[in-house]
Design a protein. Structure first.
Length: 377
């Protein structure tokens, strides 16, 4: 039996996520702003959670309907086949958001959906009240342009939390964004790969996971694993299939940072991710970055600071790094920054740019594809 799913993602990652889901044999993949819809069976549900590098979570769509009033919302939820999924003692908290709709109060929508869901389940199970003390079946809703979509969250903890990053530096890069940057750069394990501002090591670790084709969710748990209508064998089958698709080989992945404590954190994170053996970490100043060979790929997120002094220091660092890279003609460089003046500071016009979001922070990925075009100052 097939079901409809929605995979929310960071803005800018819809394209990579859509392609990823198609490669997983998902059907009817539809790309929207901040989410990708698809159709699959319960094995596909498990596969999406275990293998996706770019989705924030996987939502099982229960139904959608027009809702311009609270009455519309209440009656719409009451008609949904909730008892096909939620058992009589299941917990069903509600969260979500509204956008460009008549119904704009999220707390009020939560209350209405919770009340309607309770009435729905009481009627279906012929109960006078809902015990609400079993496994978690998180109801997730979104109302956009007066259309309500009601889902169950199959993932639980956000999928960007792979489980390896117990320690982190300030302003860490989200794992899903780091994975997308590696994907956009086209790195698949061949050639040299470097991150000279590695911070907590997220980009290098995601590059190593991509090189090995290791499913990022292979060793974590998901809410839907405890759901009564999904057999445990589904998850075991998909985990074994993911393991069978892993690669092994010799990889040249380098990560460095001027902060010794950051490098130590990176090593610990890489060890938890099971990729410490294929990443070379070092303490080094990016202003004196040394290319390990005559060609390769750099993917990095230079510091940008929040206070004025930090911003000036970060800009000086970026300028110095740009000067260092001016002779790296055979290296493709991908740099993420929220600074709209980045190209001027770096000293070169990017071959191409791409808008991405790190959480709510709007950034630009500046791509220098082996053609460093200096900007005269």
């Amino acid at each position: 039996m097939n079901y409809r799913f929605v995979a929310p993602c960071l803005f800018g990652l819809e394209g990579p996520l859509g392609n990823e889901l198609r490669h997983m044999d998902m059907k009817d993949v539809t790309v929207e702003n901040g989410r990708v819809g698809f159709t699959t069976d319960l094995n596909g549900l498990a596969r999406a959670n275990i293998k996706t590098r770019f989705a924030e979570r996987v939502l099982l769509e229960i139904g959608r309907f027009k809702a311009k009033s609270f009455d519309d919302l209440f009656e719409g939820v009451k008609r949904l086949p909730l008892s096909d999924y939620i058992p009589k003692n299941g917990q069903f908290p509600v969260k979500g958001f509204t956008l460009n709709s008549e119904l704009h109060s999220v707390p009020d929508c939560q209350k209405i959906i919770k009340k309607a869901a309770a009435e729905n389940l009481k009627s279906a199970y012929k109960m006078s009240w809902c015990p609400d003390d079993g496994e978690m079946y998180q109801i997730q809703f979104y109302i956009m342009k007066d259309e309500a979509v009601i889902c169950l969250d199959t993932s639980g903890t956000g999928l960007h939390k792979r489980g390896y990053r117990k320690e982190q530096v300030e302003a860490p890069l989200r794992e899903t964004l780091a994975a997308a940057m590696v994907d956009i750069a086209g790195y698949r394990g061949r050639g040299d790969f470097a991150d000279p501002f590695c911070g907590s090591g997220t980009i290098a670790i995601e590059a190593a996971l991509a090189a090995k084709n290791r499913a990022p969710g292979l060793y974590r748990n998901f809410s839907a694993e405890k759901w009564a209508f999904i057999d445990e064998s589904v998850w075991e089958d998909e985990r074994q299939a993911a393991k069978a698709r892993e690669y092994s080989g010799e990889y040249r992945i380098f990560a460095s940072d001027i902060d010794e404590s950051a490098v130590q954190i990176s090593k610990e994170n890489a060890k938890r991710a099971g990729v410490l053996d294929i990443i070379s970490f070092s303490v080094a100043d990016a202003k004196e970055f040394s290319l390990v060979s005559d060609r390769g790929t750099i993917v990095t997120n230079p510091p940008y600071g929040e206070r004025m002094l930090e911003i000036k220091e970060a800009e000086a660092l970026i300028a110095a790094f740009g000067a260092r890279m001016k002779n790296a003609e055979n290296w493709s460089t991908y740099l993420l920054s929220p600074n709209p003046e980045f190209e001027r500071i770096y000293g070169a016009k990017a071959s191409k740019t791409r808008k991405l979001y790190n959480g709510n922070i709007k950034c630009m990925l500046y791509m220098y594809k082996t053609d460093f075009k200096r900007i005269s100052k």
